[in-house]
Design a protein around this ligand. Sequence first.
Ligand SMILES: *Cc1c(COP(=O)(O)O)cnc(C)c1O
Length: 384
Amino acid sequence: MNHAAEQHTQQQQFRSVPLIDAVAQYYALKPQIDEAVLEVFASGNYILGPAVSRFEAAVADYCQVKHAIGVANGTDALLLTLDALGIGPGDEVITSPFTFFASAEVISQAGATPVFVDIRPDSYNLDTAKLEEAITPRTKAIIPVHVFGQMVDMDELMDIAWRYGIPVIEDACQALGASYKGKPAGSIGIAGCFSFFPTKNLGGCGDGGMIVTNDDDLAAKMRILRVHGSSPKYYHSMIGYNSRLDALQAAILQVKLPYLDGWNRRRRELSSLYSERLRDLPLRLPVEQDDRYATYHLYIIQTSRRNELIRFLNERGVASGIYYPIPLHKQEVYAHLHFGSFPEAEHASEGTMALPLYPEMSEDDQVYVLKTVRAFFIERGEAV
Ligand SMILES: *Cc1c(COP(=O)(O)O)cnc(C)c1O
């Protein structure tokens, strides 16, 4: 076979399946999104203004809370909340070591010290059975992270937090649309923080974030903090931030929000098909606890052959990703803090990986991913 013919055969044989497809939703909603964006262009209201207010009201309604405050990104949503709660040097804030770095980064940015609590091996979420032993008189907040779109054991967590009088800030950046015993993610703690990073379940065409809360004073303070601590303009009562949700992003997200529940349902269908067809393989599959509704921000599997499997999939055109390769207590920047060991988080970071998952993923592509994963284990005599 000549080279060109061989290449052609390979192309037919090897599909290319991305881990996520950030642009698919734009094409699905192009006329509406284009119109919304052009409207902002023509309005001249580029900073805050009606597009942002309208989207804030929509998110508050969606999360069944009183206030929603649009900020520049999910990281700032967490940081402004810590700041508004008066958390700073000398304070400790508890979070999970198995999450995106921002969950701990904001604690350091606020001048406080992160304290980690190990995770549950089934949900990868902070293990509330280990929470109480991490609390000290300096603990000023707890940041549970609803990782991969499934909520933390919130009854257990809120019970402990309430007994110690410690505020809870939900890092719900991966969990917009998820719920716990019917309560929306972000609505249980004193505040909930969301990210609209393009790859999140509700993603903009750039950065964006939102804080939701039922606390009137906290909401008022965060609205001031995001505009340099000024109220009214040019009168500064505190040191704030330049951190606002962009009007263009708000307009785009407003168009997308009504589709979020449908997209999350599709993620759940695809995830359940993955789980059904991978059940007999030597893999740890996602465990969905039956009192909550998970949004499958990522479909995570775990195997002792993780790196080999990633290579095998990659050679056959199937993308995958490692979430998270280094638990936060082992990050170089925290070496001086001499955190102890968190064996479950360490074990997870050695074996977890995400398979392709996005609402627009085709059935054929998913079948191809399933076939390729199975082929890996068949080659090793571990599956039929
Ligand atoms: C994405 C994410 C963030 C940060 O959001 P940005 O908008 O990227 O700043 C924080 N925490 C978690 C768990 C996230 O997944």
